[in-house]
Design a protein around this ligand. Structure first.
Ligand code: TYD
Ligand code: MG
Length: 496
């Protein structure tokens, strides 16, 4: 171990959680991962001093400033021109900010960033973008640009740099500062004074810090592409998320076309917004009607399928919950959940058995959300439970129905936020019946034009009404998506 003025220069950093230790140990004491500690050099310069010194044009130095005297940022946001991306960023990129775009390999990060680069180039000229690629050769980037049809426009002049050494990238960026610097990917970025391999926590964090020092004073928006590891964390786990100003995640199923872009952190905007894209022949395209993106198309009603009006931030998305239950061969039944919390499914199976007389204990259970979406909200309980019941009975629930609500351990239903907004969207898309929890507090019942609202108190009641035939069941053929809205059904609260 090298020492300078008695201070250790290296630490053993856990590659899994980022915790650092003075000595090597076989197991990380913080996260219990085995063999995850890697010797990493640490800088002896206190980080606060460095970053304060380089923080840019605020000339007051370390003197406090009255809140009202703090100037407005002089540079406006850089609108990219891809509305869904600008929306998630909160209105465009902020000059001098560091944004991390994470996602599984192959999901479309490089595609999104190249399209974003083209958007910036179209507005501010080709020199306004520097695209550093440590993963692919310049020829591969050109191929992608060709596929995206970008070679004829202003994007043709974007500077591509096949380089992973951050110091070299910074040198080139400083010579002619771009408005946007893309680092694809941060896992390949390296800084010279660290020994660790590219992609290790030390290198990733070191590279991000170095880039931050470049971004802030120069007013360059730096976008780091980061691969998400299997357990869902972006390499250099929490360490990077703390450093950057915004963390965006591109998700979806690799072999399905829909991609969702979410912000899990945003210092300059809301983390509520989601962007919806479709991966096509010419890259990521915005959808005309994102709300119906996750509705699978069926020729007719399908057992085990229930439509849930979910809410992603301020955007309602209708999602198809699919369940398949089949008698198990004996032994421990298989339980697979994708896009939803498996523990929640286990809990619903127990509640269905004890509170609604629907026994699934010995069945194999598969649960999935159509289109590769993942949703983490309690409102999905009721549609999940109904989908399980529908699959067990091999009976579709009445077409044109949506359901939303949280299920409690006693089989009682609880309401979720934004019910009216969700239901209005369902009505707009042609659904005509909604099963929702009965509001606890007395107040006006939920009413949405064109939607029959069945407000129920328990899971048992919800199952009864879900399978009851209604007037629309005979008058409607296939699924509701795209079909005419059902005959006028009185809006209001119906007792069941
Ligand atoms: P890519 O952006 O390379 O993913 P990442 O950088 O996240 O690893 O995209 C990879 C996938 O996207 C690849 O399987 C091909 C597909 N793709 C399209 O379907 N259409 C396109 O226009 C492009 C450029 C890629
Ligand atoms: Mg890539």
């Amino acid at each position: 171990m090298t020492r300078t003025s008695g201070r250790p220069q290296t630490r053993y950093v856990c590659q899994s959680c980022g915790e650092s230790f003075l000595r090597w140990e076989g197991q990380c004491r913080a996260c219990s991962a085995w063999n995850s500690l890697v010797e990493t050099q640490v800088s002896t310069t206190p980080r606060t001093v460095r970053s304060a010194a380089t923080r840019g044009p605020i000339t007051a130095g370390t003197m406090p400033v009255a809140l009202a005297d703090v100037g407005q940022p002089d540079q406006p946001r850089l609108a990219i021109g891809i509305a869904e991306l600008d929306r998630v960023l909160g209105g465009g990129l902020v000059p001098g900010s560091l944004v991390l775009v994470g996602g599984e390999p192959g999901i479309g990060k490089s595609t999104l960033l190249l399209q974003a680069a083209a958007g910036i180039a179209a507005r501010s000229g080709p020199l306004s973008v520097l695209y550093a690629t440590g993963e692919e050769s310049v020829a591969q980037v050109r191929l992608r640009a060709e596929r995206l049809g970008l070679l004829d426009g202003p994007a043709a002049g974007i500077r591509i740099l096949a380089e992973s050494a951050v110091d070299r990238i910074a040198e080139i960026a400083l010579a002619e500062p771009p408005a946007l610097l893309v680092i694809d990917s941060v896992q390949t970025a390296t800084i010279d004074d660290l020994d660790g391999p590219a992609g290790s926590v030390g290198q990733v964090r070191g590279a991000a810090l170095r880039l931050m020092e470049l971004a802030k004073p120069e007013g360059i928006a730096v976008v780091l592409v980061g691969h998400v590891t299997k357990d869902g964390s972006i390499a250099g786990p929490k360490t990077l998320e703390h450093l950057v100003d915004a963390v965006l995640t591109l998700e979806g199923e690799r072999y399905a076309a829909i991609r969702l872009l979410r912000a899990s952190k945003n210092r300059f905007g809301s983390t509520e917004e989601v962007g919806v894209f479709e991966m096509g022949e010419r890259g990521l395209a915005e959808l005309a009607d994102p709300a119906r993106a996750f509705l699978a198309e069926h020729d007719g009603p399908a057992p085990g399928s229930v439509i849930a009006p979910t809410l992603e931030g301020s955007r309602p998305l209708l999602v198809e919950v699919q369940a398949l239950v089949a008698p198990g061969p004996g032994g421990t039944p298989r339980r697979t959940a994708s896009g939803v919390d498996a523990n929640r499914v286990a809990l619903l199976v127990a509640v269905l058995a004890r509170r609604a007389g629907i026994g699934l204990a010995s069945h194999d259970i598969y649960v999935n959300l159509a289109g590769g979406l993942s949703v983490d909200e309690p409102g999905l309980d009721l549609p999940l439970a109904l989908a399980l019941a529908s699959s067990l009975r091999d009976r579709p629930i009445r077409p044109g129905t949506v359901a939303i609500g949280e299920v409690g351990l006693l089989g009682e239903l609880r309401s979720v936020a934004g019910v009216e907004r969700r239901l209005r969207e369902a009505a707009r898309l042609g659904f005509d019946r909604a099963i929702v929890p009965r509001p606890v507090r007395s107040g006006p019942p939920i009413a949405v034009a064109g939607l029959e609202i069945l407000a129920v108190g328990s899971l048992r009641e919800a199952i009864e009404v879900a399978f009851s035939a209604g007037p629309a069941a005979t008058s409607r053929g296939g699924g509701p998506a795209g079909s005419e809205r059902g005959q006028s059904v009185a809006a209001g609260s119906a007792r069941c």
